[in-house]
Design a protein around this ligand. Sequence first.
Ligand code: BTN
Length: 253
Amino acid sequence: MNFIHYDKIDSTNSEALRRLSGSNDIRSLDQTVIAAFEQSAGRGRMQRAFYSPAKSGIYFTAIHAPKNPIQEPAKLTAAAAVAVCRSLKDLLGIEAKIKWVNDIYVNQKKVCGILAEGHLSKEGKIDAAAIGIGINIYQNDFPPEISARAGSVLDDRQGKKSGGDLRVQLASDVCQKLFELLNDEEKNKAALLEYASLSFIIGKEITVIPVIGEQESSYKATVLSIDKEARLHVRLFDGSERALSSGEISIKL
Ligand code: BTN
């Protein structure tokens, strides 16, 4: 693993994609991590900004550039979510849960978001991915628009006890675990089962917000299961069932 650290950057995902676009040999960037203590233009899903202030979190992007093109990008996000939950448990003893598709929750608050973006080859294949992860560690003062659902892994008091290196330690542990999952098919399969078991939305009523660009508007449904491809199976109120592989859901906590 090649760990590159910035104090501040626009976005670690943008930097990873810039490096991929500027390289003649993207394979050499496999297992590179771009990490930062602060982002001036952190990006989230659905073209939202990702709040990335200094001193309170860690923002990092793992580059995955495998030998063969990436066929199932949804599995990258799922593997990343499992890696984050495992690291929080191993390093801090914290039981985190997953809200499909890529949010990590602790004590019913979102403490981490994941954004995987593909890099396309000249032939239009996804030849690499930038898997971006932002974790709120000590933050307890969020902007009003996210303060109801955003939280941190540690409160201030615990944060002070844990020391300054925790941010880097956490990023590097998550990436080590993630690369291990991405490079071993059997471990990856097992991680997808763990992904489903770490999810806290099974049996719950949710609102499905289709991805931008789709014509359909939001609708309510009940979550039935998450399958081994990380697809969400839901039942609508008219009794019909759907398997979702993208989009966003909201849930009342
Ligand atoms: C989301 O919650 O919608 C996903 C947020 C992903 C944020 C991370 S922080 C590191 C990386 N760089 C970015 O600009 N975004 C991702």
